[in-house]
Design a protein around this ligand. Structure first.
Ligand code: HEM
Length: 176
């Protein structure tokens, strides 16, 4: 139970921090996105999914393989780890048109930023709500978001590097 409480708190902390900061950074560089949400508030639903896809704050998680198997031609022995790379899937150009671009009206948006299957994120509805609220309130209350200072966070793995949110981000909001 303690382990589960831990994952509920830890799982809901950096994920949201990294998603929210990615959104502020994005809106700072793309004022048109905030204006589009202001003009058409219903876009908040698709914008939320798209910005969570774009942020993909959980890059990957490991799973222990229970049996000897073959994953797309790579032999994996029982007890070895396999990486489920949610972020890579969310930028798959065979699924998402122009995956590196944010399209706040993207639909369908079959991203798996919250994982997939039996262990799909338990907090997904709880995560969507503050993001929708943030976008709604920002579009209503702020005319612009300006990035004052940003230090991006780069994840370095053996075979790839990935920008994932910020170490620090300072923004200025102009009231509407
Ligand atoms: C944008 C925000 C979030 C993202 C992108 C995210 C992403 C994920 C991912 C990728 C998994 C793993 C799924 C798997 O292993 O198949 C996961 C699991 C989990 N998440 Fe989240 N999460 C977010 C927010 C939250 C919040 C706010 C909470 C709780 C308040 C939370 C609680 C959990 C828990 C408890 C699990 C484990 C579920 C299980 O193993 O059955 N997450 N999340």
């Amino acid at each position: 139970m303690q382990g589960y409480a831990n994952i509920a708190f830890a799982g809901g902390r950096d994920t949201i921090i990294n998603t929210v900061s990615t959104i502020f950074g994005y809106l700072g560089e793309h004022p048109e996105a905030l204006a589009a949400i202001r003009e058409n508030p219903k876009t908040v639903i698709t914008a939320t999914e798209e910005l969570i896809r774009f942020a993909s704050p959980v890059t990957h998680l490991g799973r222990m393989c229970p049996v000897n198997t073959d994953v797309h031609g790579t032999e994996v022995k029982a007890g070895n780890l396999v990486s489920l790379n949610w972020a890579a899937v969310n930028f798959d150009e065979s699924v998402f048109e122009n995956p590196e671009e944010v399209n706040i009206e993207r639909k369908p948006n079959p991203h798996i930023a919250f994982g997939n299957g039996a262990h799909n994120c338990l907090g997904a509805p709880h995560a969507r709500l503050p993001v929708r609220t943030l976008l709604t309130k920002l579009s209503e209350m702020a005319s612009s978001v300006t990035v004052i200072e940003a230090e991006g966070k780069i994840e370095k793995e053996g075979s790839y590097e990935r920008a994932n949110a910020y170490h620090t981000l300072t923004v200025k909001l102009e009231a509407n």
